[in-house]
Design a protein around this ligand. Sequence first.
Ligand SMILES: Cc1cc2nc3c(=O)[nH]c(=O)nc-3n(C[C@H](O)[C@H](O)[C@H](O)COP(=O)(O)OP(=O)(O)OC[C@H]3O[C@@H](n4cnc5c(N)ncnc54)[C@H](O)[C@@H]3O)c2cc1C
Length: 388
Amino acid sequence: MYDDQVVIIGAGICGLATALALHKKGIKSVVMERSESLRNVTGAAITIRPNGWRALDQLGVANILRRTAVPFQRERVVSLDGERQQEISLYHCVGETRCLRRKDIIDTLYAALPTATVKFGCQLESIKLDPHTTKPILRFIDGSSIIAKVVIGCDGDKSIVADFLNLKRIKTFPLCEVRGLTNYPYGHSFAHEFTSFKKDNILVGRIPIDNKLVYWFCTQQYILKDERIWKDPKVIQHNTLELLSNYPQGIQEMIKTTETKSLSFKRLRYRAPWDLITGTFSRGTVIVAGDAKHVMGPFLGQGGSAALEDAVVLARNMAQLGLDHVGDAFNLFVRQRRIRVIRVSLQTYLIGMLSSNPSRLKKFICILLMIILFRNQKSHMDYDCGAL
Ligand SMILES: Cc1cc2nc3c(=O)[nH]c(=O)nc-3n(C[C@H](O)[C@H](O)[C@H](O)COP(=O)(O)OP(=O)(O)OC[C@H]3O[C@@H](n4cnc5c(N)ncnc54)[C@H](O)[C@@H]3O)c2cc1C
């Protein structure tokens, strides 16, 4: 039924944004999502920085999303180690940065698509090329298969499409993150800023989304446990409270009163920057984008925005060169995006390494590279993916 179409795998931020970008350029696509409904609850919220807003502007949904979250003006780190609390103001001017509920991004992108663009309950199992036509044949776990004209793999960090392209395995930081949303029915008293609290190698972040809703996360060293316990929100909450038992009362209250269904746990993964230098990200009419291509740690808050940038650049190239030359459009996309994703992934990787208790030598090398390559630590936000 969907033979000979542009098929996008995965209805996350990247898949939906790519479908929308293509739609705006007059290219029809279908999105195959393994879940039975929109995955708009897990992951609580993400920050979108100026580069992400530029991409959302191009997609025509930025103004809708601006109404869902207040901008924040400042980033602040509070060190709780030792006797005195130490405050470091990082950025006073962070450009347009807001923390958006994932639900708002996913729902808004989805609502902007033509009806029935997304097909739920379609889990891709494998891809192979038709020996005669070299078109990709997609096989789904329910036994069905389709022959696609073009395949865009936006299927996240465990991508089947990346496996088809023989990309190297995704790596894991020795870190994990718990995320949640806390609603203060009578309003909270926090400033509109991104505050991080540091103590004992644990980082707790707090960002107001609006006057009542607050996003928080807790980044910690990963200790091998039965992964199943992290699927139960009550256990996640209990473990996090136990871990933060010596944190200020306000933080503990925030976690105690969090919306349980918003809680999630995630090990932090990345595609090694050196694999981004050498990897082949497209083959014929098959390509990967978003986390499937360049999953990165959350330390700069750029993975989602980089996925939005991918969507804009990919659709622009496909429209410019036409579907009959989609292979050329993909090669151009890979070339145009390579330096951008290597830089942002490398900066993220170095921060991740520094947060992972490295040896003195590794720490020294990471700091040296940060100084040499990322003197302007905010440059990742200045990127402009250009017009759709
Ligand atoms: C803890 C944490 C905090 C983060 N914070 C930020 C932040 O503040 N700012 C920011 O910009 N980014 C942040 N990110 C990164 C951001 O969440 C991701 O970069 C972004 O969600 C990637 O979107 P995606 O669509 O590429 O992948 P995903 O969101 O993983 O979506 C993939 C989709 O594909 C579907 N799928 C997977 N396999 C198949 C299959 N075989 N068949 C069909 N469908 C399939 C999945 O169900 C899913 O819907 C954070 C990430 C983490 C882990």
